[in-house]
Design a protein around this ligand. Sequence first.
Ligand code: BTN
Length: 274
Amino acid sequence: MTRTDPLQQVRAPIRWPAEAIWEAVTPLLPQFTVEVLPEIDSTNTELMRRARAGQIDPVLLVAERQTAGRGRLGRQWFSGNDESVAAFPPSLMFSLGFPLTPKDWSGLSLAVGLSIVESLHPDLQLKWPNDVWWQSRKLAGILIETASLGDVRYAVVGVGINIAPRDGQGLSTPPASLSELLPEIDAASTLERVVGPLVRAIQQFETQGFAPLRAAFHGRDLLYGQTVQCSDGMTGVARGVDSGGALLVHTENGLKKITSAEVSVRPAHPANPS
Ligand code: BTN
């Protein structure tokens, strides 16, 4: 009896919906291109390199593997892409890059997170500023970076979504995966689901800012009412966000506003570590 290598069975080429995405997004972003790479250090790093070399047309860059994926606050981001999991790749990794000119940048990361959860599932929650969580476990992360290039401000919105279950390398809690909520989903169909709405959400943010999204964020707010501890040591009860997306924390010294550039926040309750 011959045995089939299980990895060869599952690691058939992925049929990325590049054309469908291109057709949906080009009317919104002229000059838009879609590119899929088998491997890159980091899709965010690559788009920043290209932008600094003068390539600033709107682009979606997808990677099947990242060798140096990055997260917020200088952390690494692991995709689990070396594991023999039943779905390959176990994570969806992409970055959108384009020039962006909002009047006020505050709340962009919340707007991006909100668009992602609204595209994926009603039970997903947002852990301020923009982590996607499900049942006390992280399911997706977002890394937004910008560069000033002459008169132009170029933005890179990087998104990593766990599609299949994997080890929690580098995390204190094992991650959640989208396949737990949507068993039929794969990385390609997830990409098709999220990119068009995400581009529209960012364009809406560019003209209207975060304020119109505050109520929707509230409906997905994982931290609301929880005792939280900030990385600067401050503790208090999370009370939602203001119209610029700053986290409101009720502390013994009154209501404090926290912006994502300053601190990270974790629920103080041991059952919900970040
Ligand atoms: C976080 O959880 O802190 C953010 C994680 C962001 C990961 C994505 S994967 C695609 C893009 N490229 C990167 O290097 N990071 C982002």
